[in-house]
Design a protein around this ligand. Sequence first.
Ligand SMILES: NC(=O)c1ccc[n+]([C@@H]2O[C@H](COP(=O)([O-])OP(=O)(O)OC[C@H]3O[C@@H](n4cnc5c(N)ncnc54)[C@H](O)[C@@H]3O)[C@@H](O)[C@H]2O)c1
Length: 359
Amino acid sequence: MTRALRAAVIGCGNIADNHAAAYRDLTGVELVACTDVSPDRAERFAARHGTSAVGPDELFGLDLDLVSVCTPHPTHESVVTRAAAHGVHVLCEKPIAVELGSAARMVAACEAAGVALGVAFQRRFWPAAQRIRDAIDDGTLGTPVLGHASVLLHRDTSYYTADAWRGSWASDGGGVLMTQAVHNIDLLQWFMGDAVEVTANHTTVKHGEAIEVEDTAVATLRFASGGLATLAASTALTPGLGTRVRVLGGTGASAGLAEYPEGSEARIDVWAVPGAEAAESPFGPGFRADLTLPEINGSLAPLHTLQIVDFVNAVREDRDPAVTGREAAKSLAILTALYASAASGRPEQVPALKEEITS
Ligand SMILES: NC(=O)c1ccc[n+]([C@@H]2O[C@H](COP(=O)([O-])OP(=O)(O)OC[C@H]3O[C@@H](n4cnc5c(N)ncnc54)[C@H](O)[C@@H]3O)[C@@H](O)[C@H]2O)c1
């Protein structure tokens, strides 16, 4: 019998519970430890999940096989490269990093060490998202020619003030685009292929007293295939209207998914395929109050579990995880161009990670 994989969680904040719960419940995986720069947080987390809290320096003496990195985005590079240097496989939370050079160094460090680097884009594991991806692969939709993502969410100002790292360019890397819409940008590019050029505009309409980053943005994207997409994103809504991603394919057929309320499993709201047409309200049975942040994160747990199962199997089978560091860097490259375009007022090219790695 193969021995259990030894897992640990780094960063014991909001989203870390989803990772710990998945490791705890999986057979063949042992949640050996957790760590946090705040020892109190690590202790409370360890007690909740029946594991041991250790200091960051002790962690890599524990003969670990894999870690989940659940620290704020700007710290991902230092934590991930440290894990790689110890020969430990890494599943990192999204976004992979806040600048593309960081992502390139993370990918290069993991590739040089021969460890897997996965990035949590668990919304790809929605059955609705997989159905759309399959309909692209099997030709039902054809090559996507037009896409749209809307990310119309609610955040209380207290969300931004609760943790010191949120809401500044230096420590958060951006606002609604970087932290919330990155999931939908990832889905758009997963469906439509590599993006090559974008235009963007952003503003701060509601949370300006608490944050310097954007809470509202619009963008256009052009893809290598010739396809085009639009994006609208905001955390200024009360109540939020959830998220939607729609794709029109070259066959003329189109499909869309809706996540409402935020955090719930997305459903196909439009399936406009000749002979199989179906539609339902993106809001399901009706409007619902926004979930609290812990409820949103909690309802994402089954999807984190699906991605963690894939990651653990990738480590066991010595294959790439479903979302690699290189794949996750694509949404960061788009974000880099979106912020550049909003600053320059001009269309901007989407930079390639390959150039970053070799430069
Ligand atoms: N996949 C998703 O849907 C999803 C949802 C929420 C958050 N996230 C991502 O997860 C990450 C964490 O977000 P959060 O909301 O849980 O943040 P959080 O602030 O609640 O938790 C972060 C924790 O990391 C600790 N920490 C900071 N630097 C550290 C370091 N160098 N070493 C060890 N611990 C460190 C902090 O003390 C804190 O306890 C972010 O990148 C965020 O974008 C992803």
